[in-house]
Design a protein around this ligand. Structure first.
Ligand SMILES: Nc1ncnc2c1ncn2[C@@H]1O[C@H](COP(=O)(O)OP(=O)(O)OP(=O)(O)O)[C@@H](O)[C@H]1O
Ligand SMILES: [Mg+2]
Length: 498
């Protein structure tokens, strides 16, 4: 391993206790991949896993000028930095040009969040030491894996966005924020632009995409949580105003009132997950009821505190440790299938009725395996190859089951699975956009929407979005972010000749 010129970072530079965030000069770590002879300059790659193909990418060229052959055409949200998608050994990566400080902070933060099972993009590498052929320095980059089947919120507006879809987006964003706050993560830049959405059985699952301003603490104070929530509210209002100006949401949607939905949604969920509840001894059933409610919301209670008053007449109950993914875990345990929370809930419901209809006395696990081989797998296998990129398999199965139900309601009779699948493929799936790679074959209508940039360039929300580090909570008031790199906001959509 060669000794590189770039300074090295302390192992976990995102620790709240670490004073300052400047790189420390240390020997190169075992994770660093040495550049081979042909690579220009002394590239320094810090990667979670060895991806030697990274070395084949044209790091000596400014990201903005990368050749089309390397780029993948996928939808991207609005951003201050230059962000591009590129092909890497059969998969797609997102590359963001930024400062070393930011890239390393974000890389380590994403690794920590992933270890804590928070939905976020997967960090791949930080690359520094880039230079052009004639030796001019180029910005370091953060590389993350492209989140498959994910969409930036603007890509969801292929037609005008309905108000209830908007509400579901905001609910997903609120759930993500609650999950982040539960583990002590202060985001500092909550917005729809910094979140990716995946379809989740009629709802959405939100993933964090931009951890640049995030900080981890043992616990967050009420002030920190409220501050993040306020940032979310203001940014969402701004983002909705842009959409309204662009004619992408119904005129009757009030951006300010809609953005406030996140406050209610967040507070309701936070209270359900954390608040103390008191009741009379005779109402002991309420312990089980609270746990069932939490399960229904998709959480397991890892630990809860129960106290009784001195005279023993009143019980106080408080969940202490809650883990998201209640249905996901049950589905995984029974079938080995890995789905999102609402998809898992939907599939488990179907599995339970399958068992009740076919053999209620059958062991739960055996019945689950029978369901996989008789329902899940036949549906997934019947998706023709050319339609496979439309939706992820668990979402297709959910939609087929819905479709079958509607068919049977309409015809007032039992619909065999094969008939429902064929009808779904012909009348629904074939007409959907390709969500694995929406932009590979964009039609003109979609292009128009995706190309629409926020109006009023001088006052785009990208420029005026609020973001702050937690230091701002203690010290100063909310400040509009400067364009940190001084670069123009990178354009939203990438078109490569694919
Ligand atoms: N791993 C990924 N998978 C899918 N999309 C991604 C990924 N990384 C980035 N993107 C897309 O690129 C956009 C910009 O990325 P990001 O928010 O990290 O940039 P930024 O310049 O730091 O943003 P900001 O303006 O909020 O500071 C995101 O909104 C998202 O749409
Ligand atoms: Mg961003």
């Amino acid at each position: 391993m060669t000794e590189q010129s770039g300074a090295k970072w302390h192992d976990e530079p995102t620790d709240y206790a670490q004073i300052g965030k400047l790189p420390r000069t240390e020997a190169a770590s075992a994770n660093d991949i040495a550049p081979p002879a042909g690579v220009i300059g002394s590239l320094n790659i810090t990667a979670a896993a060895a991806d030697p193909e990274l070395l084949d990418l044209p790091w000596h060229i400014a990201l903005e000028d990368w050749p089309a052959a390397n780029l993948a055409a996928l939808p991207r949200g609005i951003s201050r930095h230059i962000v591009r998608f590129a092909h890497l050994a059969g998969s797609v990566i997102a590359i963001k040009e930024t400062s070393e400080h930011v890239a390393r902070h974000e890389y380590h933060m994403l690794r920590k969040l992933a270890r804590m099972d928070v939905p976020c993009v997967e960090p791949v590498a930080v690359i520094t030491g880039r230079t052009t052929i004639d030796g001019k320095p180029l910005n370091p980059v953060l590389v993350t894996r492209h989140l498959k089947f994910s969409m930036p919120y603007r890509a969801l507006f292929s037609q005008m966005l309905r108000r209830d879809t908007l509400t579901r987006l905001i609910d997903a964003q609120a759930l993500l924020l609650v999950r982040l706050h539960l583990i002590g993560f202060y985001w500092g830049d909550v917005s729809l632009s910094n979140t990716l959405f995946r379809r989740d059985a009629g709802a959405f699952a939100a993933y964090l995409v931009d951890a640049e301003t995030g900080e981890l603490y043992p616990d967050l104070s009420v002030g920190q949580r409220e501050y993040d929530l306020e940032i979310a509210r203001v940014n969402i209002a701004g983002e909705l105003m842009d959409l309204l100006e662009g004619g992408l949401i119904e005129e009757k949607v009030d951006p300010v009132a809609t953005s406030e939905l996140i406050m209610d949604s967040y507070r309701r969920l936070w209270a359900e997950l954390t608040e103390k509840e008191s009741f009379e001894l005779g109402e002991r059933w309420r312990v089980g009821a609270r746990i069932r409610r939490l399960n229904e919301l998709g959480f397991d209670v890892g630990e809860y505190a129960i106290k009784t008053t001195a005279d023993g007449s009143t019980i106080q109950l408080q969940p202490k440790v809650v883990d998201a993914g209640h249905h996901q875990r049950r589905l995984l345990r029974l079938t080995g299938l890995d789905a999102q929370e609402n998809q898992a809930r939907r599939l488990l419901n179907d599995m339970d009725s399958f068992r009740a209809d076919n053999n209620p006395d059958m062991d739960e696990e055996i019945s689950a395996h029978t369901w996989v081989s008789q329902i899940f797998e036949p549906i997934v296998r019947s998706i023709p190859r050319d339609l496979a990129g439309k939706l992820e398999p668990a979402e297709v199965v959910h939609e087929v089951l819905e479709h079958r139900w509607y068919m049977s309601q309409k015809q007032d009779s039992h619909i065999p699975l094969a008939e429902a699948v064929q009808s779904y493929l012909d009348t629904v799936l074939r007409h959907r956009r390709d969500e694995a790679a929406i932009m590979l074959n964009p039609d003109t209508a979609l292009l128009k929407i995706l190309e629409a940039k926020p109006r009023n360039p001088g006052t785009t929300r990208t420029n005026t979005r609020i973001r702050t580090t937690s230091a701002g909570v203690q010290g100063s008031s909310v400040c509009a972010s400067p364009l940190s790199t001084g670069s123009r906001p990178s354009s939203m959509w990438e078109y490569a000749s694919v």
